[in-house]
Design a protein around this ligand. Structure first.
Ligand code: SF4
Length: 334
């Protein structure tokens, strides 16, 4: 991993229209993705992490919309590009793989046709034969017999289908791979193989990966840095080591406590109280305050800033920020 910024996300917000009104799925997220890193993006279901991943490719469909923000990628703000320019970037520069590859693969098209079509759409001068050869080489690299190129998606196992999605991403040498819950549909053995493969490919192709998952264990294995998301906002960001060994935010502390650990002699698994908030009417101040065991009066009034608490380790929490004088009095009052 280098310190070079591959993508800079500035103050990005996404809203969805529901029958009850507009809901903020992503609320003012700012984040850098560094070239060559695996950045884990974790949080409970519904916290906005998948929406953020799709927003980076401007794949938010109505009734959703990106309401503000900038996405800088290789010197250009993706928010200012036309749809035709974005189409060239999707797949060519930024690829995304989803939880269920069947939703991305055409069930009536052979696997080889997906690859050939992808390659020739972005590289029209490549012949069908050259594209087929590249597809076969990629399959070989990913540990799948090139004979399987002639299969239809339903003839492959879930793990193989995920490899096909990776082959499509690698076929164009994408700079950034967004893996959105890519292992959720896999059993634990195939999941482990898939993660090993990602690890190898990252080194070999200098891939940058945004790993979106609710599985903290995966992030611990693969990510160099981790961003924790809650109710549409980033609450903590730092190196994986800092997040796991020097956890700052009470929400991250709760997430980590909830991970089963066979070395601990606990009779019951820890369960974080409460549920993520309704984002149509989110709680004021810190959105985690109704569930936070360390909440103070200021937490329900004012939103904490996103502060660098230790070198390159950030958190949005009043425990690490000076509380305004008028609210300190409120804390001191009986
Ligand atoms: Fe808890 Fe307050 Fe920190 Fe929010 S700001 S996580 S409520 S202590």
């Amino acid at each position: 991993m280098s310190d070079e910024i591959l993508m800079r996300i500035e103050d990005l917000s996404v809203q969805y229209k529901t029958r009850m009104g507009w809901t903020s799925a992503v609320d003012g997220v700012s984040l850098d993705i560094r070239r060559g890193e695996v950045l884990g993006l974790v949080g409970e279901s519904g916290c906005g992490k998948s929406t953020l991943g799709k927003a980076l490719l401007r794949m938010i469909l109505p009734p959703g919309r990106i309401t503000s923000g900038r996405i800088w990628f290789q010197g250009r703000d993706l928010m200012t590009l036309s749809e035709a320019e974005m189409s060239r970037i999707r797949g060519r520069n930024i690829s995304m793989i989803f939880q269920d590859p069947m939703t991305s693969l055409n069930p009536i098209q052979r696997v080889v046709d997906h690859l050939v079509e992808t390659i020739r759409t972005h590289e029209p001068n490549t012949s069908v034969q050259e594209a087929r050869e590249r597809a076969a080489q990629l399959f070989d690299r990913l540990g799948i017999s090139s004979k399987r190129l002639e299969d239809y998606p339903h003839q492959l196992s879930g793990g193989m289908r995920q490899r096909v999605m990776i082959a499509i991403a690698l076929s164009l040498n994408a700079d950034l791979l967004i893996a959105d819950e890519a292992t959720t549909s896999l059993d634990v053995v195939v999941e482990a193989q898939f993660m090993d493969l990602l690890h190898e490919l990252r080194r070999e192709f200098n891939l940058t990966i945004l790993l979106i998952t609710h599985n903290i264990g995966l992030v611990a294995e693969l990510a160099e840095r981790v961003a924790v998301m809650y109710a549409g906002r980033i609450t903590e960001l730092g190196s994986a080591r800092a997040i796991f060994k020097d956890t700052l935010h009470p929400y991250t502390q709760g997430l980590l406590r909830a991970v089963p650990n066979i070395r601990l002699q606990e009779d019951e698994l820890y369960k974080m109280e409460g549920s993520p908030p309704d984002l149509i009417n989110p709680p004021p101040g810190c959105r985690f305050h109704p569930r936070c065991p360390r909440a103070m009066p200021v937490c329900s009034t004012l939103q904490p800033g996103f502060q660098m608490v230790r070198p390159d380790h950030w958190a949005a929490c009043w425990l690490y920020e000076e509380i305004p004088a008028e609210l300190q009095q409120e804390v001191a009052a009986p």
